[in-house]
Design a binder for this molecule. Structure first.
Ligand SMILES: Nc1ncnc2c1ncn2[C@@H]1O[C@H](COP(=O)(O)OP(=O)(O)OP(=O)(O)O)[C@@H](O)[C@H]1O
Ligand SMILES: [Mg+2]
Length: 317
């Protein structure tokens, strides 16, 4: 049975709170905050657990916030493998203005990572990975780590014959896209950056996806389209999946819930069309909750049934 190993290079303690009206130069009285373990891969591991699966969550952590992060993940029954850092784990803040229902998300850069620390991560993964495992790396890179870090991770996965799934952005994505990737999950803006195109429309999305696969060593491309669902593209098929309209509360963690749903579908042996449908269901399910709460399995399963009834468009070539 393949295992799922998630990697979080820039984890965070996500603090969420609410306030009635946001104004400058005044003391804003917030409600009692909630604290959550956050950061791409950690969110994927948390969502996998909510979907009934298990994963090994590998992440960088340091300082008092790093210790607190471990405690939060222990409470959520997540198996962990920590790469210790000298710098302190970052703390992010999300504030919802209850007078407008608008959410403000403040993200911190994260600690400087020393070369010996990121080298440790590569060594650790080499020990952890076995043939056929899924290695899921999600999230931005912290300062000071080389932009090609995920490309280096891809090489470790390739050496160990593990399947590399990546969800990142910026320079880290540009560099990693040149390496071997089993499944890549950009959103529209990220695909635009990869293709050197400022705006992607319904008219050129599929041809850009085809072009991307032609020029890269990537097996499955899943472009997430926010409220419009997702497009899955391989060299053999394209699957367009609509997202159900729901009462949206917070889009935090939608992308990570989607990735969790897709990797669980792979573990369950589902088809790629079903995989992306379940991914959209999980992504949309995450938007139905406030703050940093991820998808619930109950919501995801109901949304998946709805999506299946819509019959996602499948084109084969
Ligand atoms: N407003 C929405 N309504 C319904 N579903 C949504 C909405 N926003 C996101 N989703 C679901 O979540 C999935 C991922 O969302 P999105 O495309 O916004 O990813 P992302 O930009 O990577 O998100 P993140 O900010 O978490 O990184 C979508 O494919 C869709 O299924
Ligand atoms: Mg994303």
């Amino acid at each position: 049975m393949p295992r799922i190993i998630t990697l979080t290079v820039n984890p965070a303690i996500d603090k969420s709170t609410t306030v009635n009206g946001i104004m400058p130069n005044t003391k804003l009285r917030c409600t009692e905050p909630t604290f959550d373990a956050g950061g791409g891969g950690i969110n994927v591991s948390r969502a996998i657990y909510k979907l009934g699966g298990s994963s090994l969550c590998s992440y960088f952590a340091g300082g008092a916030a790093g210790t607190y992060l471990k405690k939060l993940l222990d409470e959520q029954h997540i198996e962990q493998s920590v790469i210790l850092t000298k710098g302190s784990t970052r703390e992010n803040l999300a504030v919802t203005d209850t007078s407008t229902n608008q959410q403000y998300r403040f993200g911190m850069p994260g600690p400087q990572i020393q070369e010996v620390e990121w080298q440790n991560a590569l060594k650790q993964l080499e020990v952890l990975l076995y043939k056929g495992d899924y290695l899921v790396a999600s999230g931005k890179l912290p300062p000071n780590i080389p932009d090609d870090f995920y490309a280096k991770i891809s090489q470790v996965a390739e050496k160990k014959e593990a399947l590399f799934i990546l969800d990142t952005s910026g320079e880290a994505l540009m560099k990693a896209a040149k390496s071997k990737i089993y499944m890549l999950k950009p959103n529209l803006a990220e695909l635009g950056a990869l293709c050197g195109i400022a705006s992607i429309t319904d008219l050129n999305l599929k041809s850009l996806a085809t072009q991307f696969l032609k020029n890269h060593n990537c097996q499955i491309l899943v472009v997430s389209l926010g409220p419009k669902g997702a497009l899955l593209a391989t060299r053999k098929e394209m699957v367009q999946v609509p997202a159900p309209v729901v009462h949206q509360k917070s889009t935090i963690g939608a992308g990570d819930s989607m990735v969790a749903g897709m990797v669980m579908s792979l573990i369950w042996g589902k088809s790629l069309a079903d995989m992306v449908s379940y991914g959209v269901a999980c992504g949309t399910a995450a938007t139905m909750h406030h703050g940093t709460q991820l998808c619930s399995k109950d919501d995801a399963d109901k949304l998946y049934d709805w999506i299946k009834d819509q019959k996602p468009t499948i084109e084969t070539s």
